[in-house]
Structures are given as C-alpha cells and as structure tokens.
Design a protein around this ligand. Structure first.
Ligand code: MIG
Length: 632
C-alpha cells in the first residue's frame, strides 16, 4: 500500500487470471492490459481503449488464492493488471483514498455470490423486456414507427418493442414530444399497445437551458442543477444545445428529476433508456469561445505545421474534455463536491432517480429501464446496454465477453446493439449477432444515423431471420427462469466455463464459449464466411440446433468438435442431466405460453423452473418455482 500514490500493489502468480471490470474492452481474462474507471462517451470501442461508458470496480483474482476486490471509489481509478510488468498488479486512485473490500468465498462462483449479496438484488424488468426490440437513431415520426411495426407483423418476425431515439422530442427537450411528428402521443402509445408493441423513449441527461420550457424552469426553481463555483448553473452543450445537468447526486434534485418520468408514464409509456449520462458534454460555451478566438488569432498567419496543430487541437479538444468535469459541483448533503471527484456516479444516479421515482409513482409495476453509463449499485435500478459499438465481427465477440464480467457486477439485464450501432452491417453479421442476442436478456437491434438500415425484415434471408428470432421466443421460458434465479440468488447467468469446470485446465483460456444459466453452453460463430466453428466440450453434451427445418439433437462426446452452423441456425449445448423448457413461440411475449412447456433434455434431469406472471413483484413467492422432470 502506498499512501502517497494512493495505490496498492501486489505480485501476481504466473498462471493467475483476473476476471471482472464489467463493461470494458479486451478479454474475459483482463490480465496483460491496463484499464481505467472513467465513464466516457467515445464511439470507438477499440482494443487500445482503457475505459468505456461505465465504472465497474470489481474484479476476481484466480491464482494460488482466489478472492474478489471491490473498490468503492467515485473518481478516476487505474488498474494495471500485468501491463507494466507481467507479474505486477497495481490499482491507483486519482485523489481521495478509497474503500477496498476483499471478498472471499469457496469458489469463483461463491466469491461472486458473496459480492452480489453485499451490493443488493439486481434489477428485474417486466417480462416484455425479454422480447426482441427494434431501435434506430431515429424513427422520425409516428408514421415511420407505424411502418416498421406493420412490416414486422407482416413479416412474421416476432418482436415486442420499438425504441424512440432523441428525435421524438421537441428540440431534444427531455419529457417533451414533437407535436408535429407525434401529434397525439397517448393515442399512439395505446394504438401500439393494442398491437402488443411497447414504445421505449430515450431520456438524455442534459436539460435544455431555455426559459419557458417547464422542466428547465421547474428545475431552476428547485435549484436542481449542477452549479459552477460561483453558484450559477453549469452550462454544457449536448443535443438540445446549451443544457444544464440535474444534480442527481443530491437527494432532492434526484427526486425532482425522477418525478418527471411521470409525464411519459402518464401517457402510457412503460419503459425508458437513459443516455448521455457519463455525462457527455460536446462543448462548453466558454471553451467554444476560446476556440473561436484561437482560430481568429490564426487568421492571416502562415499555413505552417505549427498552426495546423494549434487549429486542430483547439477544435478536437472541445468534445468531452475532462477539464469540464473540474468546473462544476454537486450539492451532497450541503457540501459542494467537485464533479470530477464523483464523476463515475453520475449515470448511476440518473438511473437511480428514475428507479426511485418508479417506486413512488408506480410501486406495483415493473418498468423497463436501462442506462448507458453506470457504476456498481445502479444494477438495482436498471440494466445497461453496451454503448456505441460498430458493425464489426470483433464487437460481436466483445458483446459475448462482456456478459460474464457484467453479471459479476450485478448487471444482468444487458446486451449490445445487435448488428452494430455505427458502420454498415451485413446480412451475415446480423444473423450471427442475433444468434448470440437470442441468449442475452436485452435483445435489441439498434443502428446509428446514416448507417445502413437493418430492420430484420429488410434482408433477403427472410426465413433465416424469422427462424433465429423465433428461437428467442421458444427459449423464453428458460431465459426468463434463469434470469430470475440469477437475480434472486445473486448468481451469474453468463459464466465462463472455468467457473463451473473447475478441474479442467483447458477451459481457463476458453473465452468464446459461455455457460448460460444452469443447463446450457453456447458457442457463437463470430467470423465472417465461417461455415461453423470448433467447440470444446469439457464433458459430453447434447448439441441442439434450431434450424429452418425445426429442432435437431445430437449427442457429442467430450473433446473438440468442428460444428457446422448455417447462417439460419441457432445452436446450443445441453449439459448432462440438464434440461431446458421450451415454449412453442409466438409473435410477441404476450403470445408465449409459459405454462405448457416442452422439455429438451440430455439424460434424466430435474429443473427448477421459475415462472411468475412477469409483471408482479412478489418475486420471492415460492409458488413461482416448480420442478420439471424429464425421464430421458
Ligand atoms: O451522441 O441519441 O449511445 O444509442 O442512438 C449520440 C442518439 C447520442 C448515443 C447512444 C445511441 C443513440 C445516440 N446517442
């Protein structure tokens, strides 16, 4: 421990593995790179990054000793896991001292369970949140949404939700509607409900600074926004232009911000996604003025390299400049705390604002909620999506690798933008990614402005898309049941093989196969033009293939297998003496019969089937669990 540097250092064993850190780049084993907790909005989720949108300061060491480490620290943290020196682990905080928790347990699984018990139960979404959702930045009007919905229903591809991105709002003002493009929103929400389609609007962190805009005026009256040193509201520009930031770290301001969700709840909305809550800041007016001045001063000067750099740097440092975070304050219990010292708690508390408000406003209802930025603790109020990925094959694999790391930190309701958010997707990438998305609790396709449209009915391989997404609906009884058990018992739904096959050395390095729940293993295809892939089975398993001609089953011995996987297929592997309950599917979650399930098993098996109505909150009622048995 080095008090001065605010760091602690330890020596790592040769074979030691480090799991964790939730949302971040690179492998399931985090060893060999350095990471940072510093929530930031940067669309480039490349391997050379050290931080993404979230700060998840929990990791588990698996070496001669096994233990977990949680660092409760709201500022910037650095993790060096054998990057500077292969055998050196070093964690460094940037200013204040940190609270370090060492979590012990009997096994990797147990360590995680102990930690999860400590941090509280994970968020539980409404059942329809397990359906497939279609998103795009943005569907511009109710007519456009209507068209997407009609095409989905005509195509016979099941789905449950349409996500509304920022253009549904009036000039990007939170909790407003563009009255030209969405003239009668409550009626439209109702119309969609009748088709079993849920609309999920986005909420941004920044509130437009505009007198006469009721949310702004009201927030000002409540003193609910972050302030500068002089006590006046801090202004940073985001989508609505100049905006102020709700001080969600302050109890009253948090309650105030949360209460605004009522405006949309009252119009029939039952789900939200919270965005831009790192918080992302495009520029501050002061900083922009400086850039203009720099440019002005360069006018008429020579076109030298030096001037090129001056010009360029004055512009590229505008967006999300960390210096901004040193210029505003939160009022925490009467004490002004500079934002950079608690930076990583912002997204968490924005979503907490919503979660606490839902508890007050609609206590009996489960509301869909997920966020872009988060910190451990937020997992109690909402899930999270994995931010702005790209239509890259490597990001399909990254989606998979983030799953167990996020589960360790309590984030169970998660998934990535299927097909890829930025860049242009392809039909095969879409299909392969959906075949993974079939297993992730949040299954949503999303795409950036100007990227290729990728609503699944647009592609030629229509039957394949229909089959893949229908498989999700067939698997829902299993996925929901496993989700609920993981949430209620503090377990991981997605686990690296090494968490279960503790005596098998080989699985320690397997990062492209995953256990999902208690009964199955998955092995997604993540390379273009691959006709299949190699799969390692640590024990005999039954390969189940959901293809265009229905389900086929094949028992495979332990060991390596090359498994062919057509683009239309979803495959999974049932472990010995395990089973999965299957529904007959449906066009939406509402259609799915969770009662009469078919059992697919490998050998005689028993299964704890968690099944409630999906909307109530009596989670711990023992009647929700029945034991399913299969003789074969
Ligand atoms: O600056 O609302 O990650 O999902 O489509 C971009 C527009 C803001 C970032 C989110 C993305 C969303 C987009 N938002």
């Amino acid at each position: 421990l080095d008090e001065e540097k605010r760091s602690f250092t330890r020596t790592m064993d040769d074979e030691e593995i480090v799991y964790g850190l939730g949302e971040n780049v690179r492998g399931i084993n985090k060893r060999g790179w350095h990471y940072e907790s510093m929530c930031c909005d940067d669309m480039n989720q490349t391997e050379d990054r050290t931080a993404l949108y979230c700060a998840h300061n929990f990791f588990v060491v698996d070496g001669k000793e096994q233990f977990g480490v949680f660092i409760d620290y709201p500022g910037v943290l650095g993790f060096d896991f054998g990057y500077t020196k292969r055998e050196l682990m070093q964690v460094t905080a940037s200013d204040w001292n940190m609270d370090v928790y060492i979590v012990t347990g009997e096994s990797l699984k147990d360590i995680v369970k102990q930690f999860r018990n400590l941090i509280g139960r994970s968020y539980i979404p409404p059942l329809w949140g397990f359906g497939f959702g279609q998103s795009r930045y943005s569907y511009m009007s109710e007519d456009e949404v209507r068209e997407v919905v009609e095409k989905y229903r005509e195509s016979g591809i099941p789905f449950d939700a349409i996500y509304l991105d920022i253009d549904y709002m009036d000039h990007y003002k939170d909790f407003t509607l563009n009255s030209e493009t969405f003239p009668d929103f409550p009626a439209f929400v109702q119309e969609m409900k009748e088709k079993n389609v849920h609309l999920v609007p986005i909420i941004d962190a920044g509130v437009k600074q505009e007198e006469g805009y009721d949310i702004y005026d009201d927030g000002m009256k409540h003193g609910a926004f972050c302030v500068k040193e002089d006590g006046t509201p801090f202004v940073g520009a985001v989508w609505p232009g100049e905006a102020v930031f709700p001080d969600v770290l302050n109890k009253e301001a948090r309650a105030w911000f949360g209460s605004n969700y009522k405006i949309l709840l009252d119009q029939g909305i039952d789900g939200f996604w919270n965005d831009m809550n790192e918080p992302s800041i495009f520029y501050t007016p002061e900083r922009m003025k400086q850039s203009f001045e720099t440019i002005e001063s360069l006018k008429g000067q020579d076109l030298s390299r030096d001037n090129y750099f001056k010009l360029m740097f004055s512009v590229v440092t505008l967006s999300n400049n960390p210096e901004y975070y040193k210029t505003f304050y939160h009022n925490i219990d009467g004490e002004l705390v500079r934002h950079d010292r608690v930076h990583n708690l912002y997204g968490y508390n924005m979503t907490r604002a919503a979660g606490e408000a839902f508890e007050r406003l609609v206590p009996d209802k489960r509301v869909l909620m997920f966020s872009r930025s988060s910190y451990i603790g937020m997992h109690r109020y909402g899930g999270m999506w994995q931010g702005d990925n790209k239509a890259w094959w490597s990001h399909l694999l990254m989606n998979l690798k983030e799953m167990p790391s996020l589960n360790m930190c309590g984030f169970l309701y998660t998934g990535a933008d299927l097909g890829g958010f930025g860049s242009d997707t392809t039909e095969d990438l879409m299909l392969r990614w959906l075949a993974l998305g079939v297993f992730t609790p949040l299954m949503r396709s999303h795409a950036a402005q100007r990227s290729r449209y990728h609503e699944t009915y647009l592609f030629d391989a229509h039957e394949s898309f229909k089959s893949v997404i229908s498989t999700r609906y067939r698997l829902l009884p299993y996925i929901y049941s496993e989700y609920m058990k993981a949430a209620l018992r503090g377990e991981m739904m997605f686990r690296p093989l090494a968490f279960d096959y503790t005596d098998d050395k080989r699985v320690k390095t397997v990062e492209d196969q995953m256990l999902v729940g208690d009964s199955i293993m998955i092995a997604p295809v993540y390379e273009q033009n691959a006709a299949g892939r190699t799969v390692y089975l640590p024990e005999p398993m039954k390969l189940v293939r959901f293809g265009l001609d229905g389900i086929t089953e094949e028992v495979l011995p332990a060991g390596d297998h090359y498994v062919e996987v057509a683009l239309s297929d979803v495959i999974l592997f049932i472990r010995p003496n395990r089973l999965i309950p299957l529904s007959s599917g449906g066009q939406c979650v509402e259609d799915v019969d969770f009662q009469n399930v078919e059992l697919l098993s490998f050998g005689p098996a028993e299964y704890e089937y968690y099944h409630d109505n999906g909307y109530e909150k009596d989670y711990d009622n023992p009647d929700h669990i029945t034991v399913l048995r299969s003789a074969e």
